[in-house]
Ligand binder design. Structure first.
Ligand SMILES: Cc1cc2nc3c(=O)[nH]c(=O)nc-3n(C[C@H](O)[C@H](O)[C@H](O)COP(=O)(O)OP(=O)(O)OC[C@H]3O[C@@H](n4cnc5c(N)ncnc54)[C@H](O)[C@@H]3O)c2cc1C
Length: 544
């Protein structure tokens, strides 16, 4: 008797989540990762005593994490409700300072962060954004009283979108047009298919509030001017379940998930770049049979899941003879998301430093025009907006005594811009750090700097293997949402699946965890795994 084998290419949060679920489904699962450490975008940079999470820092929907830590070998739990009633009430845990569930806490400590974000406007005023409606209203009253009424209306619209779009439809896999047609009338009625910024403009009169209530899709690669209004649900997702931080950084969560996967019997192989997904023709079908690593070693498997970039999975890993006739055109035709410049820096603390928060959004003088420069014109503007992350305000262990570890992230065009980042990167980093110093966010930063490095779209393209250096996979626009987003089950090759930000439902840490569950549900159907597996009973044993 032997178990069936699964290979997951890539150890991003989507890849690891999928691998844990495959172990729980009864497969013998191996992750093969190109880099020397797991995490993908959540890779950790360590230098001179500083620890920098290179990517995701804002954790939301902690029960998705708890669900992963609750899984056991041969216990698929696929039949359980995605949103059990106990997590749907007002979540007092945000205010009482607990976020990890009991199973998570055995592996990693997760704690809530308040305020969620401090949003600085270019005139120096700011808005502290969190789940407390009283505080939110106070701030609107202070900065834009004319928007108080609009906020109440927006709140109700966002609640309805969250209820239908996230709680009821969030886990729907749109594998065919029919699955999509059934939900379109509802989404139209909710106004969820118009651009988010159009919805926002309907409810808010001032530029400041329009920015506060529309910037969030940028954290998952979406242009607020273009992303469908269904993304207004992010506001409610955060409000309902809070914003959280893994002690030790997101890297500690990655390590914890890998430990969980290994405790369940899975294996992770690092520094192993996949060169090809092996495919054979069998009974008129093309079937994935394993992978070939750079260097020529082959690993056989009953199924392969790619967590690597969607476009490059098809264009580089699947041989042209096995791709659908129109696949290349479709892949190249898709809009890729924006990219990022991220500057990692350590600096000496000083008495009387301004009151920055763990998460700071520092908006530039232009909003709509800047977004158009980044997403459409694909040019590097003289002005910029940034997200400044200072995790040492919560967890000082990430920097040497007396220092802060920080990063600041600047949305920039992807590499379809033709920009030469070898030339642009250094001066841009200098300009951004000088801005933080001279505008008084971190006064004297230039003299206090103890460490500095940066990545540009070239890192996303060359190190993480993302097509055109995209930061977040294909761009979340209406024509690339739900059925129109790349599919988690390959149509070209049987037993080949995709998971992660390039697939359904989309980018961001909660979404890639959802994509793992959606992909594994399709695998369970294809491999006829009973949906309710009794704990401890191997589901997939086959005669050797
Ligand atoms: C700077 C930054 C900040 C972000 N902040 C947030 C945030 O605060 N909150 C949030 O929710 N989201 C955030 N995001 C988005 C979020 O990080 C991503 O959507 C998510 O982590 C992507 O996970 P993934 O599983 O899709 O894949 P990835 O993390 O992209 O992992 C893919 C993996 O595949 C590997 N791989 C590729 N090709 C091969 C190959 N041929 N062989 C073997 N391995 C291969 C890569 O090395 C990589 O490890 C941020 C993203 C960035 C870049």
């Amino acid at each position: 008797m032997g178990r069936q084998k699964a290979i997951v290419i890539g150890s991003g949060l989507g890849g690891i989540s999928c691998a844990i679920r495959l172990q729980s489904l009864g497969f013998d699962t191996q992750i093969v990762e190109k880099l020397d450490a797991p995490g993908g975008r959540a890779y950790v940079r360590r230098a001179e005593g500083f620890v920098f999470d290179m990517g995701p820092t804002v954790l939301t929907v902690p029960h998705f994490i708890e669900e992963l830590f609750s899984l056991e070998r041969d216990c698929a739990m696929l039949g359980q409700p995605d949103f059990p009633p106990e997590i749907l009430g007002d979540d007092q845990r945000i205010l009482s300072g607990i976020s990890g569930g009991p199973n998570t806490s055995r592996y990693v400590d997760i704690i809530p962060i308040l305020p969620f974000y401090r949003i600085y406007f270019d005139d120096g005023t700011y808005f502290d954004y969190d789940a407390d409606p009283v505080k939110v209203r106070e701030q609107i009253r202070r900065l834009a009283p004319e928007d108080l009424e609009g906020y109440e209306q927006f709140h109700e619209a966002a609640r309805a979108i969250f209820k239908r779009g996230f709680l009821e439809l969030g886990y729907t896999y749109f594998g065919n047009v029919g699955s999509m047609l059934g939900v379109v009338p509802d989404l139209l009625k909710l106004g969820a298919v118009q651009p988010l910024f159009s919805l926002i403009k309907k409810y808010f009169k001032t530029d400041k509030m329009r920015q506060v209530f529309s910037f969030e899709p940028l954290l998952v690669g979406g242009n607020p001017l273009k992303v469908p209004a269904i993304y207004a649900m992010i506001h409610f997702v955060e409000k309902t379940w809070g914003i959280h931080f893994a002690k030790g950084g997101t890297g500690a969560l990655v390590q914890a998930l890998v430990r969980k996967f290994e405790d369940m019997g899975g294996t992770l192989r690092l520094s192993a770049e996949v060169e090809r997904i092996d495919v054979v023709k069998r009974g008129g079908k093309r079937v994935a049979t394993g992978i070939t690593l750079k260097g020529g070693e082959t690993l056989a498997a009953d199924l392969v899941v790619s967590n690597a970039d969607y476009a490059n999975t098809y264009l580089k890993l699947v041989d042209k003879q096995h791709r659908r006739i129109n696949r290349d055109m479709l892949v190249k035709f898709r809009k890729q998301s924006m990219s990022l410049m991220v500057i990692y820096f350590g600096y000496r603390k000083r008495e009387g430093d301004p009151d920055l928060q763990h998460h700071n959004i520092i908006l530039g003088p232009r909003y709509e025009e800047l977004l158009t420069d980044i997403f459409d014109r694909k040019i590097l503007s003289p002005d910029f907006s940034q997200y400044l992350h200072i995790p040492t305000l919560t967890d000082p262990s990430l920097a040497p005594e007396g220092h802060h570890a920080a990063y600041t992230l600047i949305p920039v065009p992807n590499n379809q811009s033709g920009l030469d980042w070898e030339k642009e990167g250094g001066p841009m980093a200098e300009k951004v750090l000088t801005f933080l110093d001279e505008r008084g966010y971190i006064p004297g930063l230039r003299e206090r700097l103890a460490y500095q490095s940066f990545v540009t779209p070239d890192y996303f393209e060359q190190v993480l293997g993302s097509y055109a250096g995209n930061g977040f996979g294909v761009e979340p626009v209406l024509t690339q949402t739900a059925f129109f987003r790349p599919h988690n089950r390959s149509e070209d090759v049987s037993n080949l699946y995709l998971v992660g930000q390039g697939t359904q439902p989309g980018g961001g840490t909660p979404s890639v965890m959802m994509s793992a569950k959606m992909t594994v549900r399709e695998i369970a159907k294809d491999f006829e795994v009973p949906s309710a597996i009794v704990n401890g009973v191997p589901a997939l044993e086959t005669a050797a």
